[in-house]
Design a protein around this ligand. Structure first.
Ligand SMILES: *Cc1c(COP(=O)(O)O)cnc(C)c1O
Length: 220
């Protein structure tokens, strides 16, 4: 199957209210254009330099999602155009995004990354620190960043019940934060979870955004 066919097949399995971010990291521009020509507009990248090069040469109505770990000193390179930054996991990064958003006279949408996997990773806030994190966020008054929700990655495992429990944990964390700080803020509604191997479980557990690469573009 080519990209067009894989994308069409995938779309039959994803409810229309769930946003599909086509993860195009490491994939060449012609493959992205193939999906673009089918009407797809949301693409995800995880390296700043690669994203900037692609953004320069590809159509300007693409909505670029940054899904990787973002270093504070690189925010400035993507601040003028980024649609959504998925993996914000520190106050320092949030402040820098706000600063660069002000410079570009825009608001930047972000998600807060939580560490839900059993794997040891440097990235993501511990779910039991969520309230503390948002208490701090709420004292800062960062007017040019808009927090739209949460993001997480499940453990890379074949154990379905483990993956399901990890997605449940992210959904619970989202609900806790929603009730605590965003009860009447309708824009706080996104749960970015689910990749090629586990998106069905993620959708079952309440995902609103799935990030899918290899099922669309292959493993090249
Ligand atoms: C690569 C990547 C994906 C997509 O993974 P696939 O298994 O290729 O679908 C999703 N999310 C993040 C954060 C990634 O780095």
């Amino acid at each position: 199957m080519n990209v067009r066919e894989k994308l069409a097949k995938l779309k039959t399995k994803i409810p229309s209210e769930v946003l599909l971010v086509a993860v195009s990291k490491t994939k060449p521009a012609p493959l992205i254009i193939e999906a673009y020509n089918e009407g797809h507009r949301d693409f995800g990248e995880n390296k700043v330099q690669e994203l900037v090069l692609k953004q320069e040469k590809l159509p300007k109505d693409i909505k670029w999602h940054f899904i990787g770990h973002l270093q504070t000193n690189k925010v400035k390179h993507i601040a003028s155009f980024i649609h959504l930054i998925h993996a914000v996991d520190s106050i320092k990064l949030l402040k820098e995004i706000n600063k660069q958003a002000v410079k570009n006279n825009r608001t930047i949408n972000v998600l807060i990354q939580f560490h839900i996997a059993k794997e040891i990773s440097k990235y993501g806030i511990a779910p039991n620190q969520a309230i503390q994190f948002f208490d701090e966020v709420n004292t800062l008054n960062l007017l040019n960043v808009k927090i739209l929700g949460v993001m997480g990655m499940a453990t890379y495992t074949t154990n379905q019940s483990q993956i399901r429990n990890e997605f449940k944990l992210l959904k619970n964390t989202f609900d806790t934060i929603k009730n605590y700080s965003y009860k009447n803020i309708s824009e706080f509604k996104e749960i970015s979870m689910g990749m090629s191997g586990d998106y069905a479980l993620a959708i079952e557990q309440g995902s609103t955004i799935v990030r899918i690469g290899s099922s669309i573009f292959g493993n090249i």
